[in-house]
Design a protein around this ligand. Sequence first.
Ligand code: GLN
Length: 446
Amino acid sequence: LTAQTLEGIRAIDPQIDAFLTLNPNAQAQAKAVDAAGVDRAKPLAGIPVAIKDNIVTKDLTTTAASKMLENFVPIYDATVVEKLAQAGAINVGKVNMDEFAMGSSTENSAFKVTKNAWDHTRVPGGSSGGSAAAVATGQVLVALGTDTGGSIRQPAAFNGIVGFKPTYGRVSRWGLIAFGSSLDAIGTLSRSVKDSAYVMNVIAGHDEKDATTADTPVPDFTAKIGQSLQGMKIALPKEYLGDGVDPQVADQIKAAAEQFKALGATVATVSLPHTKYAVPAYYIIASSEASSNLQRFDGIRYGFRAKDVKNLSDVYVRSRSEGFGPEVKRRIMLGTFSLSAGFYDAYFKKAAQVRTLITDDFNQIFADYDLIMGPTTPTVAFKIGEKVTDPLTMYMNDILTIPVNLAGLPAASIPAGFVDGMPVGLQLIGKHFDEATIYQAADAFE
Ligand code: GLN
């Protein structure tokens, strides 16, 4: 399987540009799994997976798609990578993304532009665009991605596959190159709902190396798959079908609501009134955390260092000026400004308060409902180059995914029809730590 996968990547990827680095030891690792024979402790034995390039892999270049880390070779594995290896999975390579996961189109990669699997003139979404395109083109069955503000769900939607972001704290972030530490989540991009659940069973759980992982038992995420949806209560927020959402996308979601009713669920219209404040609050919080997290890239400790520097300050200034791309610099400036003494109350503190209001909106709905449904994105995948020079329009594309990260909830995007030949994503949002109900509904819908 690994040999075939590598052959497939060599044949398909030159048109897609999803992979940044192939694992030269993949085949040897697969042979070792074969030689060990059948082992029930290895539920993913021999399954090839791709890993987003902001998740560190021992002895395998990890760049976060930034020139800053162009030649960075980590000395340890992220917890998720270690867990996948223990389960017998084979890491075949690292996949492209927006630099430091900042973006919605993978156009912010310092290295290459990944193509949408369905139309090579369109973006694959982002920031986990390489993960999504690699899965959607059949190069791998499953890939790990990360979701700080939609970066698993949006590319999954744009490529017609399943994207799953678990509850914040469900999966260890140890070894994830931090972007917004209070928002970041590692999850899956896969062809089917079940594949996602199988992988989530392996990567979830408390980790003493990540103090934000929850010390709660990990259920079998497949446990409710196959159970009837009879009596399940699903909420459809009116804001998720409102202004800015393409009416044809909205039609697919209304059709999905009818399908859920046919499966025995009830679907009722509700309101999440603070939705419109999510994007501004997110960009202040995420950028503030990023400006702090990215201080470590100083030209000394990791990766890139500017040449012919005169003194220490010159090392810092020139390495960061030359190493970071324009979007990353924009976020560092925005975040540093929002956190600065004179502006903290007006920006960061205000955004944190809005975050609480958004979380309260969700809690109120979840007092009465099992799941929330809506579109994953307002439109289908846009053209390469269409939004890259207009950051605000790019940011607004994430309006439907970002509230979930602010509240730390689990959510999936699953395929729900097409508009003009391009796939539409249906988003299902669950209660904290109730991933199993999302899997149940998503599998029944699929
Ligand atoms: N598009 C959003 C951003 O640029 C989300 C990124 C993410 O989830 N990593 O911040």
